[in-house]
Design a protein around this ligand. Structure first.
Ligand code: FEO
Length: 619
């Protein structure tokens, strides 16, 4: 029986989930399963984006039939030929003999390599920026070589500002009945899997992902439809900034990943003590026993944390086997821009430390600390100082903004000291405060609304005296508070918070016309509740006035989570993009390979796709 999900009126998810797969691509464990996404666009023409893995072929075909509702399939867009997305092409072609298979020339060659059927009469090859008119939807094809394979392209639908992103923005984990990332607690339940997917599947190709992000920055995106995992329609900027960090190999968070290989527990003991010392100074740590933890989880953590510690016993005069595999894996995934410390162990000839150092020193911009610890079988009391020195050396490289305690007891705060950071630790919500004076409606964003009693039902708000809303409230003594939710887009904060009601009508262009019983406007969308109140007392408090008010009307509007100040900063406010490294070089237009340098020799051949110098353009 079919199981489809509607993404828009004319766009349907027709993919399927696999929760029995043990190892994705034969390498990556997927305890939460995996989804194979395929999307059917129902316009004047019907357009299917990619197919699925053979394990879920039957459900997929039922889904496509149901969503087509008896219509024929006009186009099958093959964005990626990896068989988990292309194996059903032949079956679809036999069911819809008139279908055109839209793909890059490289994809066509790969389809011929993988499958023994004649694709020629179905093929419709496209190049960069070619378009396909499906009716209301105009589709533009954008080449994304090496995001994950060389034939990959993505598709942009300008009508609904949707990016069909192939492997980009995907995640491990089967869908759970939901289809949108904002329907689940993505940060808590899926972000680790999204990072593990990125780091392991496309982590090696950071330059190529950067090239795609650069192209994507030139058009507005409201929905992202990847080949694995949830569809994105909210907080897209947040997820894009994760991709910016991962693809530029910039640490996502300050903290230390400690990976250890220990045969009898002595190397592990040193790693535990180091982790404990770091934690005592406020450093976040994450530990892995490399003989037990899946390598894909450790590679993923290495993309997350700023600092990496490798602790390994010596084995057969080399690095312990599982650690050796991990170091090779990290180098193969292009790990760079990290600070590293090394602990080695060896009962008669400790060599693992220098061997790890040698391997990692070939990676780009890896700062390997001089403070190494070399154990002879087990850690002795006298060596605790060496572990302490390593902890101090790691901590010394954290920026002040990382919140790490660099000093010891001597740096405890002095009596009477006021650290403004402590004030930022207070929790707040965010609200639109609205008032009315005659024909003038106005409003502003505030973060201090508190219920102070239930009998009488009374609230307090604090309003900055610099706001026109403040002056109007002092005069009129009545207001509404709209409680914003996590879905509130940045534009609401811009609209009510970033300019003055003295020069603008804050409601202009908002489309909001609702008024509460007191005649004052409120915000009807992206809010969880509305409270009207009448001021009974006000207190001058320097920069602000504190108003105490009786509630005159209150109603809930939605069950969405109310937004906190912290959530706003973490997820809604656009983050300043890190300045791009001042890189000079040339990028291959075919595969995205970047050759750094001022000049490109005329006889240069791309080491990835083997195209010549004329297929490169300056960065
Ligand atoms: Fe599931 Fe590279 O694909």
């Amino acid at each position: 029986m079919h199981s489809i999900k509607r993404i828009a009126d004319d766009l349907v998810w027709v993919g399927a989930n696999d929760r029995r797969l043990a190892m994705f691509e034969g390498v990556y464990s997927v305890p939460g399963g995996v989804s194979y996404n395929s999307y059917l666009l129902l316009d004047e023409k019907t357009v299917l984006f990619d197919t699925v893995d053979k394990a879920v072929q039957q459900r997929f075909l039922e889904n496509v039939d149901e969503a087509l509702g008896g219509r024929d399939l006009d186009y099958l867009v093959v964005q990626h030929v990896e068989p988990d997305h292309s194996v059903v092409i032949r079956e679809l072609a036999s069911r819809h003999p008139g279908v055109k298979v839209v793909c890059s020339a490289k994809a066509l060659a790969m389809i011929r390599q993988f499958y023994d059927f004649e694709i020629g009469s179905y093929a419709y090859t496209v190049e960069e920026n070619d378009t396909l008119d499906a009716g209301r939807h105009k589709l533009r094809f954008i080449m994304a070589p090496m995001v994950h394979w060389p034939e990959v392209m993505v598709t942009y639908d300008s009508a609904d500002k949707t990016l069909f992103s192939a492997d980009a923005f995907g995640s491990f984990g089967a869908l759970n009945g939901a289809i949108f990332a904002d329907e689940v607690d993505f940060d808590k339940d899926y972000m680790d899997e999204a990072r593990r997917y990125y780091a392991n599947i496309v982590g090696k190709y950071g330059n190529q992902v950067q090239a795609l992000l650069g192209k994507a920055a030139s058009f507005p995106i409201e929905t992202i439809c990847p080949l694995h995992g949830y569809v994105w329609r909210q907080n897209i900027g947040d997820f894009l900034s994760k991709y910016e960090s991962w693809s530029s190999y910039s640490p996502e968070e300050h903290g230390v990943m400690i990976a250890y290989a220990s045969v009898y527990g002595n190397t592990e003991n040193a790693a535990e003590i180091l982790s404990s010392m770091l934690r005592d100074k406020g450093v976040k740590t994450q530990m892995f026993d490399v003989s037990v933890a899946p390598a894909s989880e450790i590679v993923s953590a290495a993309f997350r944390w700023s600092h990496l510690v490798f602790a390994s016993t010596t084995y057969n005069a080399g690095i312990f086997v599982t650690m050796e595999a991990l170091i090779s894996d990290l180098a193969a995934h292009n790990i760079q821009n990290r600070t590293v410390a090394i602990i080695e162990n060896g009962s008669w000839a400790a060599t693992s430390g220098s061997l790890i150092r040698g391997r990692l020193s070939k990676c780009r911009n890896i700062n390997i600390l001089d403070e190494t610890v070399s154990l002879r079988s087990g850690l002795k009391r006298a060596q605790l100082e060496e572990i302490g020195a390593m902890a101090d050396a790691l901590i010394a490289t954290f920026p002040d903004s990382a919140g790490v305690r660099k000093g010891g007891a001597a740096s405890l705060p002095a009596p009477g000291m006021i650290d403004n950071d402590a004030m930022f630790k207070l929790s707040y919500g965010l609200f639109v405060l609205t008032v009315r004076d005659g024909e003038k409606d106005n409003g502003c964003i505030i973060n201090t609304v508190t219920q102070i009693s239930h009998d009488p039902l009374r609230v307090s708000i604090a309003v900055n005296k610099a706001n026109l809303t403040h002056d109007m409230l002092l005069k009129t003594r009545a207001f509404n508070v709209s409680v914003l939710t996590e879905s509130a887009p940045f534009r609401i904060f811009q609209q009510f918070g970033f300019h003055s009601g003295k020069d603008t009508d804050k409601f202009a262009g908002s489309g909001y016309s609702e008024r509460a019983a007191n005649g004052i406007r409120y915000v009807p969308e992206h809010v969880s509740g509305m409270i009207s109140a009448k001021v009974v007392e006000s207190f001058d408090s320097g920069s602000h006035t504190l108003f105490v008010a009786d509630v005159t009307q209150a109603f809930a509007i939605s069950n969405e989570k109310s937004v906190t100040y912290q959530y706003y900063f973490d997820h809604i406010k656009p983050k300043p993009q890190p300045p791009k490294a001042d890189k000079k070089g040339f990028v291959c237009k075919i595969c995205g390979y970047v050759h750094e340098g001022d000049e490109l020799p005329d006889d240069f051949i791309c080491p990835l796709c083997k195209h010549c110098a004329k297929d490169f353009e300056p960065l």
